[in-house]
Design a protein around this ligand. Structure first.
Ligand code: NAP
Length: 355
């Protein structure tokens, strides 16, 4: 069979990378072979690596079967894969799925709960990991799928799902009684999608961003106000909720110093600056927890329908906020990794790689 490849990063130094060749894995009974076809790279993928041990993200795609030792990790990616071979009824060669994929040419999955919407990977090593990451959505049975929007889905699906669920929680909690919601790394896709969802539905929305990303973030029009990290002193002294996507200790310190008891909630959502922030925040927002709750409240189909509606509204707007930068091949994946890791990607750019 044709060759495959694996891209891995050193777990203790995410800028040290390796690209190795290998054989396409064979299949046992109950398994299917996916060929990783087209994936995206944003700060979110770097966060998976930063939290690789703490949140067990390295365990989804173990390096050892690919001939690499445990000092290496495969950064999880989101994107589309094609079913190449299958021993499982209902998972047909030639079909295309969206899901959580390794930085490698191929992935062997053990499909379970197969239906028209897709399947779950029931591989033993994934059993104890958060369940939304184990779902593979068939393009045929997905109300949010449109062939001409694949790149938008690649880049935004998990991020917008987070933003949608975060906004749902904030609205459900009546904005925690606050008059202002402050989001850091306001230029990030997850932050501005949350602002898009929250705009006009409660507290005033204020984005905090780097000076160089101020103009872009203001141009989106989904925040009521955008300030640079240096201007925290200009925030109104009103009851405020902080949704932290940067993880920056300095920004948290400045907000606490300026707002004191008026900072009514401090919620860790992300860590674009690559410093784990959960312990310093008051609480953590983890999308899979909210997804589980809403799956129970609304049923899986009810959640899918609401998501598809919100996605259609957002996707019409966001294509004007995004320049897709498409690369080809594993080397382009490595280049995109190093660029995103170094924080050199402008917020308007979304990296997509055809493999
Ligand atoms: N809790 C959850 O369940 C959940 C789910 C999805 C995503 N998230 C998190 O949300 C965060 C945003 O992810 P994303 O994919 O939406 O990001 P993105 O669009 O790639 O964000 C890029 C922005 O992040 C900041 N940034 C990027 N690299 C940086 C670096 N090296 N140093 C400092 N700042 C940097 C900059 O924003 P500024 O200049 O505006 O700071 C930059 O414009 C990630 O940490 C991600 O893991 C959390």
């Amino acid at each position: 069979m044709a060759d495959s490849w694996t891209f891995a990063v050193a777990r203790d130094d995410l800028a040290r990378t390796t690209l190795v060749d290998g054989a396409v894995p064979g299949l046992a009974d109950g398994e299917a072979l996916l060929r990783v076809d087209r994936v995206g790279l944003t700060a979110n993928n770097v966060t998976y690596a930063v939290l690789g041990e703490a949140m067990r993200y390295w365990e989804f795609f173990p390096p050892q079967p690919r001939g690499l030792d445990g000092g290496w990790g495969l950064p999880p990616l989101w994107g589309f894969a094609d079913v190449m071979a299958s021993t499982v009824a209902g998972v047909e060669p030639g079909s295309r799925v969206y899901g959580y994929l390794p930085s490698a040419g191929h992935l062997v999955v053990r499909p379970d709960r197969v239906d028209a919407s897709g399947f779950r990977d029931a591989s033993a090593h994934r059993a104890g990991l958060p369940s939304p990451y184990n779902a593979y959505r068939s393009t045929d049975g997905d109300p949010a799928y449109r062939a001409d929007q694949e790149d938008l889905l690649i880049l935004f699906r998990p991020l917008f799902f987070t933003s949608f669920m975060l906004a749902d929680q904030v609205v459900d909690e009546d904005g925690y009684g606050a008059r202002a919601l402050v989001l850091s790394s306001a230029s990030s896709k997850t932050a501005y999608a949350a602002a898009f969802e929250l705009h006009g539905r409660g507290p005033r929305l204020i984005g905090l961003t780097s000076p160089g990303n101020l103009a872009f973030t203001q141009s989106l029009g989904c925040y009521d106000e955008v300030l640079s990290y240096d201007d925290i002193g200009a925030l109104d002294a009103v009851p405020t909720v902080y949704l932290d996507l940067s993880g920056s200790p300095a920004t948290r310190t400045a907000l606490r110093a300026h707002l004191g008891d008026l900072l009514v909630r401090d919620i860790a959502v992300g860590l674009t600056q690559q410093t784990p922030n959960a312990a310093a925040a008051g609480e953590v927002f983890f999308a899979p927890v909210r997804i589980r709750k809403r799956s129970q409240d609304w049923g899986r189909a009810g959640l899918d329908e609401r998501f598809a509606d919100a996605w259609q509204r957002f996707s019409q707007v966001v294509s004007g906020w995004l320049d897709v930068r498409a690369g080809a091949g594993p080397e382009a994946l490595r280049d995109a990794w190093l660029e995103v890791l170094a924080g050199r990607t402008p917020p308007r750019v979304g990296h997509v790689v055809q493999l």
